[in-house]
Design a protein around this ligand. Structure first.
Ligand SMILES: NC(=O)c1ccc[n+]([C@@H]2O[C@H](COP(=O)([O-])OP(=O)(O)OC[C@H]3O[C@@H](n4cnc5c(N)ncnc54)[C@H](O)[C@@H]3O)[C@@H](O)[C@H]2O)c1
Length: 258
């Protein structure tokens, strides 16, 4: 497939996990890809592996000046911006805390990356895409956007913000005639470095609860992201697509029914 031939994409948090798999997928389908991440060495190595049509930029997704530079770099390097994948995210910074022990600092730091970072990416991508005929934005949320996560309160709240923002961006771009689609992917439990911050007990419980009987891989998510970013999804905007092996479709009270 070459759904992204002559197209340029930015993927944030692309040094590892879901972002890396997404950058690889888009590149394999013909896209020029600007990988961004805080992690310079892993990001540079990943871009080198992807070949001549990939570049890496150090980028803090929570910084507006970094966003201005990254979007300008993409246009300078590739002449356009067609796809933005807002993937960079953090689960915890101060560890797993119940609501009564949360600090404002932890709340603000997680939300700065996961929620404000996505808002900034949408803002600067819209400004560029609307001038060049449109594009597609895919925001990586989480099933934690829709269910309680008592030990990851800022994370769940930040991902709920991403889902709401996605719908608002989709609606506003559509009503202004910008030809920019915006959708959210809600991964379940995916085996990446971020997931490894969970305890062994949580990981075992998560694996048992997935209806299809396995945890997800970064590639499972990347395939869905590429679909939403492609013209195959031309009539899909404002959607939230769970990529979770059926996890969010199950009523936990009935999970053991024969
Ligand atoms: N792994 C899961 O089970 C899971 C489930 C649901 C949602 N997600 C979401 O998927 C996305 C990717 O996570 P992952 O599992 O691949 O984790 P990961 O840790 O492998 O990758 C996250 C990447 O984001 C980068 N990053 C962190 N803060 C950043 C910042 N401020 N600016 C730029 N880059 C930054 C990290 O350096 C890292 O390379 C995240 O948004 C995460 O919340 C993951």
């Amino acid at each position: 497939m070459s759904r992204f031939r002559n197209k340029a994409a930015i993927v944030t948090g692309a040094a590892s996990g879901i972002g890396l798999a997404t950058a690889e997928r888009l590149a394999a389908e013909g896209a020029s890809v600007l990988l961004t991440d805080l992690s310079e060495q892993a990001g540079s190595e990943a871009a080198c592996r992807l070949g001549a049509t990939a570049r890496f930029r150090a980028h803090d997704a929570a910084s507006e000046s970094d966003w201005e530079s990254v979007v300008a770099d993409c246009v300078n390097e590739f002449g356009r911006l067609d796809v933005l994948v807002n993937n960079a995210g953090v689960a915890f910074l101060a560890g797993q805390l119940p609501p009564e022990d949360l600090t404002l600092e932890e709340w603000n730091r997680v939300n700065a990356v996961n929620a404000a970072g996505v808002m900034l990416g949408c803002k600067h991508a819209i400004r560029t895409m609307k001038a060049t005929g449109g594009g597609a934005i895919v925001n990586i949320a989480s099933v934690a956007a829709t269910v309680a996560s008592p030990l990851a309160v800022p994370y769940g709240a930040s991902k709920a913000a991403v889902v709401q923002l996605t719908k608002t961006v989709a609606f506003d771009c559509a009503r202004r005639g910008y030809e920019i689609r915006c959708n959210a992917v809600l991964p379940g439990t995916i085996e990446t470095t971020l997931y490894k911050t969970f305890s062994e007990e949580q990981r075992a419980a998560n694996a048992r609860s997935v209806p299809v009987g396995r945890l997800g891989t970064p590639e499972d998510v990347a395939i869905a992201v590429a679909f939403l970013a492609s013209d195959d999804a031309r009539y899909i905007t404002g959607a939230q697509l769970a990529v979770d092996g059926g996890l969010s479709a199950v009523n936990p009270m009935r999970a053991d029914d024969g």
